[in-house]
Design a binder for this molecule. Structure first.
Ligand SMILES: Cc1ncc(COP(=O)(O)O)c(C=O)c1O
Length: 413
């Protein structure tokens, strides 16, 4: 059975808003999703009834907060089929998860002569940390080409990978074109060369069933705010044996088991905490974790297969309607909607992407415009920028119809 977006919409208070006198049509889900009442209420309930710091005090509230925060790790581990909470580190988001691996793993394991492979379709957050750590460690970042429609060129990957490659960093779904990469194939290629694979799952985990164990990825990074949870909470999945070998990213409270001061040596010897806490220095975003747990439960109830199917249906329909509605619209990326997931980059001849987004905003339709933090991909596709419509579980065919009707009006400009 397909999901019912009208029933789902009842859970999202913000969707009742009007923008410039029009009903809100929110097509900027790749940037961040809206939040259902259940998530908002879970956060309010946490602050009204359970708020305390975690893993510190013996009192009742601290016990309750700790239990909720640990439950949140359990729920997330189940959501992506990790082997346990040891494999799910809570961070601020995808960006912090990738930086954690770059600094913690990269600082110890990269050296002069080593190579890091990054695809040209990456979000800046899966490029910049690798350039920074390679600048420090003397390794080199090499870029895997994409085809003219933005699809990963698997031959280029196979040509570039070598015994010098230490890690392959790749997004599961491009945040510009929506192209879905064959992660199992990339993981096999990486592992054949004894390299690791880090997957940026920011645009996949919210939109399709993900089984991190089955994909056989070493690291998977994603953000809560793109999957119905609040901002400031995200996840680094890592294979347990790798996370165990890695040194902490940041130091402080929570991530240590013991700090012993040796009076003779006048220095401290430190024992790290167990996983995942070893990587969660300081007071964590507890209410964010609670919100993420509720978001994962919500998505599980909807069913990730149904989420994926709904977005595929909307994407196929929207691409067809956009092509029909006016000649001046160009859709970038692959022509075949089945190659992608819920994201449509486009342009209108004679208008900048910001002009298009502002025009649509007048009618209450919100899309993103610009580079979407993926400047190298825009340059490769010879685009100065793009507008981007991206869908989620509460979007409807009627909204797509309204979107294309309004787009048609750009012909009068
Ligand atoms: C593919 C991809 N990677 C990484 C990010 C960065 O996510 P965050 O800003 O939540 O850390 C985004 C956000 O748009 C994204 O789309």
């Amino acid at each position: 059975m397909t999901l019912d977006p009208y029933k789902i919409r009842e859970d999202f208070p913000i969707l009742k808003r009007r923008i410039n006198g029009n009903p809100l049509i929110y097509f900027d889900n790749a940037a961040t999703s809206q939040k259902p009442r259940q998530v908002i209420e879970a956060i309010v309930d946490f602050y009204e009834n359970h708020n305390a710091n975690v893993h510190r005090a013996v009192h009742t509230l601290s016990q309750e907060a700790s239990e909720l925060y640990e439950d949140a790790h359990e729920e997330v581990a189940k959501f992506i089929n990790a082997k346990g909470i040891e494999e799910t580190v809570f961070v601020r988001g995808t960006t912090e998860a990738i930086n954690l691996v770059a600094y913690s793993w990269g600082r110890r394991n990269l050296k002069r002569g080593d190579e890091v492979l990054v695809s040209l379709m990456e979000h800046h957050s899966n490029i910049v940390p690798w350039e920074i750590i390679s600048g420090i460690r003397g390794s080199k970042v090499k870029y895997v080409e994409v085809d003219d429609d933005g699809a990963l060129n698997y031959n280029a990957l196979e040509d570039l990978i070598s015994s010098k490659t230490r890690i392959v960093c790749i997004s599961h779904v491009s945040n510009v074109t929506g192209i879905v990469n064959d992660i199992k194939r990339v993981a096999k290629t990486a592992h054949d060369y004894d390299a690791l694979i880090l997957v940026d799952g920011a645009q996949s985990v919210p939109h399709m069933p993900i089984d991190a164990s089955d994909l056989d990825v070493d690291f998977l990074a994603f953000s809560g705010h793109k999957m119905l949870a609040p901002t400031g909470i995200g996840v680094l999945y890592g294979k347990r044996e790798l996370l165990e070998q890695m040194e902490p990213f940041q130091g402080g409270g929570e991530m240590i088991r013991e700090v012993n001061f040796d009076r003779k040596a006048k220095s401290c010897s430190i024992v790290w905490n167990s996983l995942p806490w070893k990587f969660e220095a300081g007071t964590p975003h507890i209410s964010g974790g609670v919100g993420l747990m509720e978001a994962a439960r919500y998505l599980k109830r909807v069913g990730m297969d149904r989420v994926k199917k709904h977005e595929e249906m909307l994407t196929g329909y929207a691409m067809r309607r956009m092509r029909e509605c006016c000649k001046s619209i160009r859709i970038f990326g692959p022509e075949d909607p089945s190659a992608k997931c819920g994201i449509i980059p486009f342009g209108v001849e004679g208008l900048s992407s910001h002009d298009v987004a502002l025009f649509l905003d007048n009618y209450g339709i919100l899309v993103r415009s610009g580079y979407h933090c993926a400047q190298p991909l825009h340059e490769r596709l010879q685009l100065s920028s793009s507008a981007r419509a991206s869908f989620y579980i509460y979007n409807t065919l009627e909204e797509v119809d309204r979107f294309t009707e309004v787009l048609k009006e750009t012909e009068q400009l």
